[in-house]
Design a protein around this ligand. Structure first.
Ligand SMILES: [Zn+2]
Length: 335
């Protein structure tokens, strides 16, 4: 038991108790700086901390996050923290996002990627490191507990053929980091009790399961009474990529934006491959072999190669030497 006594040891204890939170625990942290760093501007403010799950293991996730400058930090399963984008610069992690009327949260937030999956539990070492990192960033930028949010809480989608209104539910990223138990383990005392943008009528819930997960039964009833969408589900089309038989590769948004694209969407040509959650990582060249484009994931079955002839081949079915120039690499995005 500690006993407070006058004298040097009592003084030492008092000093220890007065130290700021940030020096209570050491972070196991190292630099994995993104080559994008120099091109990124400073943020206009830092009012939020947004938590993500990588939806894949560390090696591939870190390579991709570094390449695209998509997070400030990554916390691996052992609790090691990697710095990716300088904490005062913009990282492109939140995409189309909004919270309480503030949009484009990349301009106002720090993004932390947690190695793991949105629907699986987070380990103890990882939680401990995440708690310490969040705490230090909160002190540094004066971010209150209720502005530490998950990507799934802030992402939103624009109207499309399934959701006539702008909607929450575009992402489930980081979903399990939003439970009261995990927030408590992260030292976050408060938790948003409702979605301020849905409350204000700026958005509707398009994913009842996510709404229920984040805000409980109240959100569910509001979702069904407010949203008139016929197919309320996570199946939004925001993250679809179409590989057309002509060899053209386009995202849903790109097709929606073009006249011929909208025509194609009405009736997709036979042989079109529709991919969910992928991104076009570019073409293979002599200076950009697959291993440079996507690191160790180049041989992953989830990585797809569109050969110049139009054929789509998974990563586990290719040999590096057999991939010609101009092959397009499609990689599965972290959520
Ligand atoms: Zn995310």
């Amino acid at each position: 038991m500690w006993t407070l006594k006058a004298g040097p040891s009592g003084l030492l204890l008092t000093l220890l108790l007065c130290l700021p939170v940030s020096s209570r625990a050491e972070l196991d942290i190292s630099d994995s700086g993104s080559p994008k760093n120099h091109a990124r501007s400073g943020r206009s403010s830092t009012r939020f901390i947004i938590l993500h799950t990588t939806e894949g293991e560390k090696k591939g996730a870190l390579a991709k996050l570094r390449r695209s400058g998509e997070a400030h930090y990554l916390v691996d399963r052992a609790g090691h923290v990697s710095r990716i984008v300088d904490k005062n610069r913009v990282a492109t992690h939140a995409g189309r996002s909004m919270w309480n009327g503030t949009a484009a949260l990349d301009q106002h937030s720090i993004g932390i990627e947690v190695v793991g999956y949105h629907n699986r539990p987070v380990g103890k070492a990882q939680l401990r490191a995440l708690r310490e990192l969040i705490s230090q960033l909160q002190s540094l930028y004066d971010v209150p507990d209720d502005r530490v949010l998950t990507h799934s809480m802030v992402a939103f989608g624009t109207p499309n053929r399934y959701h006539r209104r702008a909607h929450r539910g575009r992402k489930r990223c980081g979903m399990n980091l939003s439970t009261p138990e995990v927030r408590a383990a992260l030292g976050l005392a408060s938790i948003p009790s409702s979605d301020p943008d849905v409350e204000a009528g700026r958005l509707v819930f398009a994913d009842p399961k996510l709404a229920q997960h984040l805000y409980g039964a109240r959100a569910k009833s509001r979702a069904s009474s407010r949203s008139r969408d016929r197919r309320p589900s996570v199946e939004t089309h925001e993250d679809l990529i179409y590989v057309l038989p002509t060899g053209r590769i386009a995202s849903h948004a790109e097709l929606l934006a073009a006249k011929d694209g909208r025509r194609l969407l009405k009736r997709l040509p036979k042989g079109t491959r529709v991919l969910r959650g992928y991104e076009n990582a570019g073409r293979i060249s002599s200076r950009r072999p697959p291993s440079v484009i996507c690191g160790s994931r180049w041989r992953d079955p989830s990585t797809l190669y569109r050969l110049p002839g139009g054929r789509l081949v998974p990563g586990n079915k290719v040999r590096a030497t057999s991939l010609p120039k101009n092959t397009v690499v499609l990689i599965r995005r972290s959520m």
